[in-house]
Each structure stands twice: as C-alpha cells, then as structure tokens.
Design a protein around this ligand. Structure first.
Ligand code: PRT
Ligand code: MG
Length: 221
C-alpha cells in the first residue's frame, strides 16, 4: 500500500487558490472546508489527504511532521523561520505564485513619515510581522518600538496606538478605506510549497510525485 501523504492548507485564500493547482496536478479535494466541519479531507488520490490548519500553523505542522507538505505565505514562513532559528527541517522547493501581495509600511494620510524618519524620531510600529519589521527598520537605521498585534492592524494608527503599521497589502482598498497610505514597500509575497525534510527522505517517491505535479501545475498557470 502507498504511504499516506498529508498536505496542510489553511481555509480561505490559500485553500481557494491552491485548489486549481491541485486539480491541475490531478488531485481533487472531495470536501469543502467552508461547508464541512471536518479538518481532514480526503482527495481523489487515496494516498493523499488534506488537513486544514490555521494559516500561521502551516509551517509548524510541516516542521514537526504533522503534515508532509504545506502551502504557506512567504510572510508566514519568514516569521516562523525567524522564531525558530532558520526554520530547521523545512524544505522549500517551489514558489506557487498564488495569494500574491506585499508587505508594506503604512501611516495615516496626515502623518509626515518622511520627516519622522529624517529627524530620527522613534517610531511606534504595530504589526503581526515583528521579525520582518525589526529587520527592515534596523537596515534603514530607524529606531522603532514594535507592538505585536494579531489582526486589525489598520486600526492602530487611527486610535493612536502606533505611528505606522507593517501589514500585507494587495489591492490597497483596506488602507484606503481607513485613510491610510502606503509609504514603503518592504517585500513581495506569494505562497510557497514547504516540505518536511525527513518525510521527503522516508517517502521520497510519493512526495516527489506531489512536488512535481505542483511544479507542472504552476508552469501551466
Ligand atoms: O485570518 P487568520 O488570522 O486565520 O490567518 P491569516 O490572516 O494569516 O490567513 P489569511 O488566509 O487571511 O492569509 C493567508 C495568506 O494569504 C497570508 O499569509 C498572505 O501570504 C496571503 N495574502 C495575500 C493575504 C493577502 N493577500 C491580503 N490581502 N493575506 C491577507 N491579506 C489581508 C491584509 O492583511 C489586509 O488586512 O487583506 C487586507 C488587505 O487587502 P487589500 O486588497 O485591501 O489591500
Ligand atoms: Mg486573515
């Protein structure tokens, strides 16, 4: 019997945008995680199953072997690796070119960011991405106090919690709706396939097959 391969995905945009790639790779997910409460989903390939985890937990699942493979945003992957001293055990074979966005600095439209940076004032920055933000401002030589948030970053400058935020931007509509402006673009983001290195050794053949199928599917897109 084929060894079971487990792929970790998060609900929402990662699942939605991975689905067509899986389909092109000949793997159909047989249940809809938005409709079912199940966390383990069967696929059209008896040897492959999908587990639904929180987006920020995908690298953790794959690193510890709770899943053999996973799909995760580069943002999440960088933060995870910084917290874990390099993301040991995570092999990153493929840019899936889905769920694209960027990590940016944004401030209130009436905040003079350039001037604050020029004057060397200490900036209060709210973000979920403390490692990315710390490294970015350190490289610029800007002193920052980082405030860790888990969501609704846009609210921080509006309430006086912070001068600036570091957050993901895609269309820019969320910033605009909250009277914020993007003042720096830190990095471009897309989703990556990550693989547990030990699993790749133990189940080389079936995992390689899934990686190659994904690679073929990305090529077609
Ligand atoms: O929601 P939850 O807390 O469970 O987890 P999560 O927010 O980490 O997951 P999810 O599904 O929202 O995002 C998963 C991944 O999708 C992220 O890690 C990114 O790699 C990628 N991605 C791509 C995005 C966006 N685009 C995006 N626009 N993730 C979030 N957003 C949010 C952004 O944070 C902001 O609030 O959308 C808003 C901005 O969008 P625009 O279009 O208005 O600019
Ligand atoms: Mg979200």
């Amino acid at each position: 019997m084929n060894p079971q391969i487990t792929l970790a995905l998060s609900k929402g945009r990662i699942f939605d945008e991975t689905l067509p790639l899986l389909k092109a790779a000949g793997i159909e997910v047989l249940e809809d995680p938005e409709k079912s409460r199940k966390l383990i989903l069967a696929t059209s390939q008896p040897g492959v199953r999908v587990v639904i985890v929180r987006a920020s937990d995908v690298p953790t699942y794959v690193q510890y072997g709770g899943a053999d493979l996973g799909v995760t945003g580069l943002d999440t992957l960088i933060e995870h690796s910084a917290d874990w001293g390099g993301g040991a055990g995570l092999y990153q074979p493929l840019d899936l070119r889905i769920a694209k966005c960027r990590v940016s600095v944004a401030v209130r439209a009436d905040f003079d960011y350039a001037n604050a940076v020029r004057q060397g004032s200490r900036l209060r920055v709210a973000t979920k991405y403390v490692n990315i933000a710390r490294e970015f401002f350190a490289a610029k030589g800007v002193h920052v106090d980082l405030i860790k948030l888990y969501g609704s970053m846009e609210l921080a400058p509006l309430t006086g919690l912070a001068d600036a935020i570091v957050d993901l931007v895609s269309t820019g509509n969320t910033l605009k709706a909250n009277h914020l402006v993007e003042v720096e673009r830190i990095m471009d983001i897309s989703s990556r396939l990550v693989v547990n290195q030990a699993a790749l050794k133990l189940k080389q053949e079936p995992i390689r097959r899934v990686i190659d199928a994904f690679a073929g599917a990305v090529g077609k897109g």
